[in-house]
Design a protein around this ligand. Structure first.
Ligand SMILES: NC(=O)c1ccc[n+]([C@@H]2O[C@H](COP(=O)([O-])OP(=O)(O)OC[C@H]3O[C@@H](n4cnc5c(N)ncnc54)[C@H](O)[C@@H]3O)[C@@H](O)[C@H]2O)c1
Ligand SMILES: O=C(O)C[C@H](O)C(=O)O
Length: 340
């Protein structure tokens, strides 16, 4: 028993190196799902979170009751699946994480999820714009390249859009990139950082190996690694064989991003995460959202970093990315125009 407690405490210390915490309410919408449950668990273990608010169209209160027995200080509340439940869940939140929506099955692209997930994200965004317009909104639901513009259009229509507070969560792409490159190079993944820019699907995911510790990777080894990073999600979808897509690794990635935002909000300087944001980098080419390294601060986005120096091979990857990304973003914008 004592050993178990020691292991648990060690896990908490390793997972989140916070010392003190301010009051931070974090809401999870879609909290009973494959991502929502482990994500909520990791947030319950994070001492920077003082209040965890869980909402789902089914099962939110059950997940909350379960997590509320964990002996960390934060309170956990599950909300009923109705409009006042959603609004109460959102009120006072500093961070709203949205993993609500359907996941892929083998043979599907993320874009195939659009018809179902676009309206789910739109409706949740409407509620968030009303109940907690100043919160940071972290969109996990796919297709991220389109769901993030949907949220921005909903906020714009209500006059509460703050581009510094809206984030598409692309953390899993860099988590994968550092793991996959470490497997090839036989190194420790914690020492590997591969910038991944662009968006979050297929060729819009652009790993910049030339900016990693292994810039000299070339030829087939490079092509295979880039392909694995771009299509890592498919590996999990195939292995789960109809039972969904990445959930546990995504929960880790989402919790890491939320932790980074809380660290930055609580005064830590130099906190940088890759994320899909309203970005000036390719606006001149009509691409209004783009993932790159972003410095976070108390007001959300502090500084959007340039893509930096890329080689000829990567230039082509960026070109292919921009073409797809532009269409994906437009699809989200058009959806809100026709389905406000
Ligand atoms: N951004 C990324 O890197 C990334 C990674 C993995 C998965 N995803 C995406 O995350 C989403 C969720 O994946 P999952 O595996 O957790 O799916 P899941 O089906 O296991 O869980 C989704 C949850 O959302 C809930 N839900 C549906 N409509 C809702 C609504 N209107 N309000 C509140 N909750 C609602 C469902 O009841 C369910 O509990 C998918 O769209 C998936 O493609 C994104
Ligand atoms: O692949 C998916 O559909 C889920 C997610 O976007 C992922 O990258 O794992």
């Amino acid at each position: 028993m004592f050993a178990a407690r020691q292991t648990f405490n060690l896990f908490q210390k390793r997972a989140f190196s916070a010392s003190a915490s301010q009051a931070s309410k974090v809401a999870v919408l879609g909290a009973a799902g494959g991502i929502g449950q482990p994500l909520s668990l990791l947030l319950k273990l994070n001492p920077r979170v003082s209040e965890l608010a869980l909402y789902d169209i089914r099962g939110g209160p059950g997940v909350a009751a379960d997590l509320s027995h964990i002996n960390t200080n934060s309170t956990v509340t599950g909300y009923e699946a109705n409009a006042s439940g959603l609004s109460d869940c959102l009120k006072g939140s500093e961070i709203i994480l949205i993993p609500a929506g359907v996941p892929r099955k083998p043979g599907m692209t993320r874009d195939d999820l659009f018809n179902t997930n676009a309206s789910i994200v739109r409706d949740l965004a409407k509620a968030a714009a009303e109940a907690a317009p100043e919160a940071n909104v972290l969109v996990i639901s796919n297709p991220v390249n389109s769901t993030v513009p949907i949220v921005s259009e909903i906020y714009k229509a209500r006059g509460v859009y703050n581009p510094k507070r809206l984030f598409g969560v692309t953390t899993l792409d860099v988590v994968r990139a550092s793991r996959f490159i470490s497997q090839v190079q036989k190194t420790d993944p914690s020492g590997e950082a591969v910038p991944v820019v662009g968006g979050h699907s297929g060729v819009t995911i652009v790993p910049l190996l030339s900016q990693s510790n292994h810039a000299s990777i070339a030829g087939e080894a490079r092509d295979a690694l880039v392909n694995r990073i771009q299509f890592g999600g498919d590996e999990v979808v195939k292995a789960k064989d109809g039972a969904g897509s990445a959930t546990l690794s995504m929960a880790m990635a989402g919790a890491r991003f939320a932790e980074s935002l809380l660290r930055a909000a609580q005064g830590e300087k130099g906190v940088i995460e890759p994320t899909f944001v309203d970005s000036p980098l390719y606006k001149d080419q009509g691409v209004n959202f783009f993932a790159s390294r972003v410095e976070l601060g108390p007001n959300g986005v502090e500084k959007i970093h340039e893509v930096g120096k890329v080689n000829e091979y990567e230039e082509k990857l960026v070109e292919a990315c921009l073409a797809d990304l532009k269409k994906n973003i437009q699809k989200g914008v058009d959806f809100v125009k026709s389905n406000p």
